[in-house]
Design a protein around this ligand. Structure first.
Ligand SMILES: [Zn+2]
Ligand SMILES: [Zn+2]
Length: 209
């Protein structure tokens, strides 16, 4: 496999950080994975429309960098989440019909025991001010280390031959027969006196039980 000609683009990274709200290792991994996947598909621009489709396997910081860099967003319907808790991204190009999955290699991110211990304290609310500052320091340092590494060394990339996920649905809404709020018909449930939105369908089920 050819080596990724990776050039860190500070402007792109800053856009990720601004969207996400802070700098962290997860965001840096999302940045690296997106750069590598785009490079493998020879895609240079983020999707303005639905040219690209992304499937992420976690719903953490990683996912925000993917949305910024690939232009696949939750709202456009070309951004999908598989709840696998893995640091992996599959990117499809509708233009070329190609797809690639990039997944973090098993042995590249050695745990830093101090980082792990501080994280535990932070999560349980036991960290004092000095520990919080130290945690942030290591956290930022790790993000920087990831940014300084060639994504090819962090992730393995493999071509995906499966079908590209379907395009986002667009359909006119119709009112729910119970609450009257407009909803997409394909997401509604048939009820005794007309279609129900899923919220009302859940409520009526609860009432009946
Ligand atoms: Zn984060
Ligand atoms: Zn309703």
């Amino acid at each position: 496999m050819t080596q990724c000609v990776f050039v860190h683009d500070e402007e792109k990274w800053q856009r990720c950080a601004a969207f996400h709200g802070h700098v962290c290792p997860g965001l840096a991994l999302g940045y690296a994975a997106s750069c590598l996947a785009m490079e493998k598909l020879r895609e240079t621009d983020r999707a303005e429309d639905e040219q690209l489709v992304a499937v992420v396997e976690n719903d953490a910081c990683f996912a925000d960098a993917v949305q910024v860099l690939t232009g696949c967003t939750f709202g456009k319907g070309n951004f999908f989440h598989k709840d696998h808790g893995k640091i992996a991204l599959t990117l499809f190009s509708r233009r070329s019909g190609r797809g690639v999955r990039v997944a973090l290699k098993g042995d590249v991110l050695a745990q830093n025991p101090e980082h792990v211990e501080l994280l535990r304290k932070m999560m349980s609310g036991q960290a004092d001010e000095a520990e919080r500052v130290r945690f942030q320091e290591i956290h930022t340092q790790r993000a920087q280390e990831i940014l300084n590494t060639d994504p090819e060394d962090l992730f393995q990339a493999a071509a995906v031959n499966g079908p590209t996920p379907e395009r986002a649905r667009m359909e006119p809404s119709k009112p729910c027969s119970r609450c009257g709020e407009p909803a997409m018909p394909s997401k509604m449930v048939a009820g005794p006196s007309g279609s129900l939105c899923r919220g009302c369908a859940e409520n009526s089920q609860r009432e009946q039980s």
